[in-house]
Design a protein around this ligand. Structure first.
Ligand code: SF4
Length: 442
């Protein structure tokens, strides 16, 4: 530790995901910062490697690269593996510094205050990290920083979080993206680069994790900076991972006009809320012209009652209007649904009817999960079952279904996929999956 420049290895732990394998954008921002500070830094993205021999591979990489600063990127479903890995690595390399950051650390930093982890990074933005890497990270230095937990005489010190941010202090180093391109995919959609143009979300759905980020404050990046970034990106498909990209109509208009003015030929995917899409059909043709094709819409539920329960602040009618408006503009609605643990057999049946009745081809079904740090967690924490970190990915039950057995619930959940996904596959293979006017299988 001290002033000697660290040799940094950033790790994205692998987890099961059948629908996508994407670039580690969060870590690429850290790599970008390291590059700026002339620090030797590599990303070890476990998604690029098989499941077998993960620890062996990691240990070899640390030995060969002589890395002495390890940064883990934590999601809700990788907490246990990170804690375990930190223990294993500390046994082999007692002198390395282990830091944990990422979305889960930002919300639930205390989970990582263990014996084998040295620093938990939960600040908004990377300014604290910049100071750590340039001025050192001994406890006398860390004492003055915000948004970190560290140890002094074996005792955890928790420094208050800094102010919300509205931009990045550096550019991402996309080496990992270009290198990992052959393995990059989104189910039936192809390879996507990621970009983030805003932080957090102005809404407050009970189950949502994203809205708690950036101290719960929604902020936007400078728009021209975002367009510059996508112009520089050597890839044609870009997914804006903003929690809701279509929020401010004038900003969307300005973005589209700038993309058209610069003549950028890119294909965009982004999140939008049903109420926005229902109320603003006029902006959608321009969005199409600028290159938007995939719109991810958190439809969540098909009854006003469940939508209210989720505090979604949308309605069934808005969901229907949103799907229609997107279809009319030639934009693909990717309907995201959250199946409640209270779902009845009839609810499952009606959901399929809704999907068919509204000619929705692209659908994603998740299971209601009260992630730690969300409002739902406070409400349901006494009722949780099998709440193990690796199960927290929205495809496992963490609350006992109230209207059927867990086995039946899961069979019905798989059935939703069995009924809807073959059509996506057939249409994608025939090249008609983006024809929003088509109804059938071909
Ligand atoms: S679910 Fe979507 S709209 Fe709701 S709070 Fe989260 S990001 Fe915002």
């Amino acid at each position: 530790m001290g002033r000697k420049k660290p040799r940094v290895l950033l790790i994205r732990p692998k987890y099961t995901s059948l629908v996508a394998n994407l670039e580690p954008l969060g870590l690429e921002y850290l790599a970008g910062l390291a590059k700026e500070l002339k620090i030797n830094c590599r990303i070890h993205d476990e998604f690029q490697y098989p499941w077998a021999m993960r620890l062996y591979r990691l240990v070899r990489r640390i030995e060969h690269g002589k890395f002495d600063f390890i940064g883990f990127n934590a999601n809700a479903n990788t907490v246990d593996i990170i804690i375990k890995r930190a223990r294993q690595l500390k046994q082999r390399f007692p002198n390395i510094t282990i830091m944990v950051g990422g979305p889960e650390a930002e919300l639930n930093y205390k989970e990582f205050c263990t014996d084998d982890i040295d620093i938990v990074y939960y600040d908004n933005g990377l300014m604290t990290l910049k100071k750590m890497w340039s001025e050192g990270y001994t406890s006398d230095k860390l004492r003055d920083l915000s948004g970190i937990c560290y140890k002094e005489n074996g005792k955890w010190i928790i420094k208050e979080k800094g102010a919300p941010v509205c931009g990045f202090i550096t550019k991402p180093d996309r080496t990992a993206f270009y290198k990992g391109l052959k393995n990059n995919y989104i189910f039936m959609k192809g390879k996507f680069a990621l970009s983030k143009a805003s932080f957090s979300c102005p809404y407050n759905c009970t189950f949502c994790y994203c809205t708690k980020m950036n101290s719960g404050e929604y902020t936007e990046r400078d728009l021209m900076e975002v367009v510059d970034e996508i112009e520089e990106l050597k890839h044609d498909k870009i997914w804006f991972v903003d929690d809701t990209f279509f929020f401010d109509k004038e900003r969307v208009r300005a973005f589209c006009n700038e993309v058209l003015r610069r003549g950028l030929k890119k294909q965009f995917m982004a999140y939008a809320r049903a109420d926005f899409l229902a109320a603003n059909p006029d902006i959608l043709p321009l969005a199409y012209k600028a290159g938007f094709r995939d719109i991810m819409v958190g439809l969540e539920a098909i009854s006003d009652e469940t939508l209210d329960e989720y505090n979604k602040q949308t309605s069934r009618n808005e969901n229907i209007m949103a799907i229609k408006n997107l279809r009319d503009a030639g934009l693909v609605c990717n309907g995201l649904f959250v199946i409640n643990y209270t779902a009845t057999r009839d609810d499952f049946r009606k959901l399929l009817q809704f999907v068919k009745g509204n000619n929705l081809l692209w659908v994603v079904f998740g299971i209601f999960t009260p992630y730690k740090g969300t409002d739902a967690y406070d409400e349901y924490k006494d009722k949780l079952i099998h709440f193990k970190s690796w199960r927290l990915d929205g495809t496992h039950l963490t609350l006992k279904p109230t209207n059927m057995s867990s086995v039946e619930f899961m069979l019905r959940y798989y059935w939703l996929h069995a009924v809807t996904y073959p059509k996506i596959i057939v249409r994608a293979m025939l090249g008609t999956a983006y024809d929003t006017k088509k109804k059938g299988w071909f």
